[in-house]
Design a protein. Sequence first.
Length: 318
Amino acid sequence: MKRRWFTVWSALVITLALLGGGLLHAQFAYVVNQGSNNVSGYTIDPSTGALTAITGSPFALHKGSVPLSVAVDPSGKFAYVVDANDCSVSGYTINPSTGALKPITGSPFAAGFSPFSVAVDPSGEFVYVANSNGNNVSGYTIDPSTGALKPITGSPFAAGISPFSVAVDPSGEFVYVANRNGNSVSGYTIDPSTGALKPITGSPFTAGSGPSSVAVGPSGEFVYVANVNGNNVSGYTIDPSTGALKPITGSPFAVGFSPYSVSVAPSGAFAYVVNFNGGSVSGYTIEPHTGVLTAITGSPFAAGSEPVSIAFAHPSPP
């Protein structure tokens, strides 16, 4: 019998596929659907932002799948979906003209026990998967021509208790993992040649109660962690030479009820927290030098019932 998870994790990833010469060719969005065991694909109208289903969407996963997270490589060539029930990562090539997904030869690739989150590093060379019940992180190299995944030597790498979320900093030097039942954040340096992870001195770093989501700001200076049981967000500065985390003054910052996920806007000026039981989104300005969060006027903003995720669009100018 397929296991159902307490968490309903739907991730929206927007991918830009570029032609030679830098001309925008197409925009695609992908959503993992836990309940129906598939991935919905859409084209994005560059003028209005409207979504239109890609031909062949939704794309089926194998029977019994529990897809929880999706990530796309920076080139927009490959998509990866973690399956918590099958303990695997499914890989797909993305048709650059239509956005259609086609399974990569050899997919699905083995992961650890109950993978919950997947991330691709900014270089597009490595994939990392947080295995919630395995208490570790699987690392892979990406074949640049096929998208196939190959385990990195030494993988999986030990994490804390119940690693729930994984993020790579914009420089591609560091990886951070939120350990939900460990009340901590594991930090690693990435070997640029192999992709292997090495724990940062001082890791794991103390977080709040039930850290379920981790996000790194686009400047690579700050890390934020949503503590679902603590109703707050921990903020940290990143030591640029070591990757070590240091709590930001005033952290943790109060949010709504059951903050499930945290995201930083592409500008780096704002942070948003989705409050699962609060039915709302808390918004903050980020002080650019210190990383301190200050509630935006009118926050929290009303959302629907049990919101879990937030994504950002980049509409083209008229």
